[in-house]
Design a protein around this ligand. Structure first.
Ligand SMILES: Cc1cc2nc3c(=O)[nH]c(=O)nc-3n(C[C@H](O)[C@H](O)[C@H](O)COP(=O)(O)OP(=O)(O)OC[C@H]3O[C@@H](n4cnc5c(N)ncnc54)[C@H](O)[C@@H]3O)c2cc1C
Length: 552
């Protein structure tokens, strides 16, 4: 593939600058009209649009930064340079159409639009970079390479991790992924044991607490490679300890960190996260499950009563990170919630009941789902279930801080989901590129048709943008664990990419894409969950991304 000229590369930058300028100025307008984000609910549709546009700008900037860094390290990749141009044009054209259609809401004058996205030079660049021929050339390259991801990474440790996890995932996870999905089986214990041995559960646990202390980027790349083999049977297994790790590091007492982090890092303790309730989902501040202070058998602690929903891996888990209401005054909202480490026995079935000698009961029933199988997600009922006082995260000083700690954990979970979604989309890209090579119609491989090449070109471009946005968020989180915006953007964008890429891949597979025998049919149903959990897409856009962007 021919390299972009210096002039063309400068053109990509100009496109991005024009797009970013429009988003920045539109955000300024919205910041004023929503009173620093306080009035988002009076302008939800526009705020969602802005949140998405800002996320796409972040993705295209991450892609450009990658190409520039690769070139500076003598790892220039002409295909990714092209992708940066193609994606920059796509984002610019989409935003230009939106500004045109919703001019009042965007609040930019005609003159300002004509100086930016409407400038003749910018329009010409967008047309040039979005030409079908360019996208098809990427598609041909991807088909030839069978979609394999060899993207350059500056950090040696991350490259080594990618190679070793890929080898592990291909040997241990890929061969069992279809069976687990088709028979709705639980992840086998030997696989958990092998992952534990390799340190996958403690990647971002600091070394002083028995973890690898490898940071977020290595953790993300590990997640990506495991998810490429199976989202549910491996890729999602390390999300739960990651969420609780981040919450404990932020708000746990020294004794709690010393007790729980090493056991989580070693895989001795498997974790479930229990926030959602049957009637409370996005409105987390209204969680109703109660934790009332009490004494059982001479031991001080809390009695848990209420229902929880969608608690993934709750059967097999040894502990649940449970968000519960410790202050009965509902007016306290989020300030009345606390986070608990609820100990339980592990169970392997779709239903379980745990009876404490002191009379408490925890019952679980797995809800059947079309995909994301391997861990099972349970509806839970707590009846006077006793949790000792030392299991309240932060102990006395953690009372009322559960919401805040949970959100800290979710930021890490969302970053993880960026990696999970990228890995799943990558798997779909590879299967589709292989199929485009192997399947013949009208006397030729379907990959030789222009439209197939075009589809694969766009798929690969989006997967690479999702990857670079997620890596960029991981690197930022490595320097500041408190960030919320970047992981949310990575989760939003990469999840959408996974949904779209798996469905495009299914179309390229034709009827066989609907057959369980072909992995792409599993990828499609697995991907659908990504935009739902850890903040369903509209809530992520409005309550996390728009709020962060518009807050003053
Ligand atoms: C397979 C699976 C696994 C899961 N695993 C876990 C887990 O391990 N632990 C856990 O705690 N949870 C888990 N969840 C739950 C998940 O996090 C919730 O489903 C999600 O947060 C959304 O909550 P909800 O389903 O109650 O949707 P709701 O909150 O009812 O929202 C439904 C829709 O209503 C609209 N809406 C709601 N509020 C607003 C608003 N303010 N403004 C605009 N629109 C709005 C949006 O369109 C939204 O998509 C899982 C879910 C699934 C499906």
């Amino acid at each position: 593939m021919a390299e972009l000229t210096a002039n063309e590369l400068a053109g990509v930058e100009k496109l991005i600058v024009a797009t970013e300028t429009v988003v920045r100025e539109a955000l300024d307008v919205a910041r004023r009209s929503t009173d620093g984000g306080r009035g988002i609910d009076d302008a939800q549709v526009h705020c969602e649009r802005l949140a998405y546009a800002a996320t796409e700008v972040a993705a295209v900037k991450a892609l450009l930064a990658y190409t520039q860094s690769a070139a500076a390290h003598e790892h220039k990749d002409p295909a990714v340079d092209e992708m940066a141009g193609i994606f920059a044009a796509e984002v610019a054209l989409r935003l230009a159409a939106q500004v045109d259609a919703h001019a009042d809401a965007f609040g930019l004058t005609d003159d300002r639009v004509n100086q930016t996205l409407g400038a003749p030079e910018i329009k010409a660049l967008a047309r040039a970079f979005s030409s079908a021929a360019r996208v098809q050339a990427i598609g041909r390259h991807v088909i030839e390479q069978r979609g394999v991801n060899h993207c350059w990474i500056v950090e040696d440790m991350a490259v080594m991790s990618r190679d070793s996890v890929r080898q592990f995932a291909e040997a241990e996870v890929m061969p069992i992924a279809a069976r687990l999905h088709q028979h709705d089986e639980l992840i086998p214990e030997p696989l958990i044991a092998k992952m534990a041995e390799l340190g996958y559960f403690g990647m971002s646990v600091p070394e002083e607490f028995g973890g690898g202390g490898m940071g977020n980027l290595v953790m993300i790349i590990t997640t990506e490679e495991l998810s490429r083999a199976s989202l549910a049977a491996a890729g999602s297994l390390i999300t739960r300890p990651e969420i609780l790790t981040k919450a404990l590091l932020k708000g746990g007492t020294a004794a709690q960190k010393t007790k729980w982090l090493p056991r989580m890092a070693s895989g001795e303790v498997m974790v479930g996260i229990s926030v959602t309730e049957p009637d409370i989902g996005s409105d987390v501040a209204s969680v109703a499950c109660r934790a009332d202070a009490g004494e059982v058998g001479g031991k001080k602690g809390y009695l848990i009563n209420g229902a929880k929903a969608w608690c993934t891996f709750a059967g097999r888990a040894d502990v649940l990170a449970l968000l519960a209401r410790t202050d009965p005054d509902m007016k306290k909202g989020a300030r009345g919630l606390s986070l608990f480490i609820v100990e339980k026995d592990p169970f392997t079935g779709h239903n379980f009941e745990m009876r404490q000698p002191t009379g408490g009961v925890l019952a679980g029933k797995a809800d059947a789902t079309p995909g994301y199988r391997g861990m099972h997600s349970y509806t839970l009922t707590f009846d006077n279930y006793f949790v000792p006082a030392e299991n309240l995260v932060g102990e006395e000083s953690g009372l009322g801080k559960g919401f805040y700690l949970q959100m800290q954990g979710f930021a890490g979970g969302r970053l993880q989901t960026g990696g999970r979604a990228t890995g799943l989309a990558q798997a779909a890209l590879e299967r589709t590129a292989e199929y485009a090579n192997d399947r013949k119609q009208f006397g030729q491989p379907i990959g030789s048709f222009q439209l197939t090449q075009y589809k694969l070109g766009r798929m690969a471009t989006h997967v690479m943008a999702a990857r670079q946005l997620t890596y960029a968020a991981a690197r930022t989180m490595d320097t500041d664990e408190s960030i919320a915006l970047e992981p949310a953007m990575a989760k939003l964008f990469a999840s959408d990419v996974a949904v779209w890429v798996t469905q495009e891949g299914q179309l390229v597979h034709g009827g066989w894409g609907y057959a369980e025998e072909f992995a792409i049919s599993r990828y499609v149903v697995d991907a659908l969950v990504l935009t739902i959990f850890e903040g369903v897409k509209p809530i992520l856009e409005l309550k996390v991304i728009a709020r962060n962007l518009l807050g003053t």
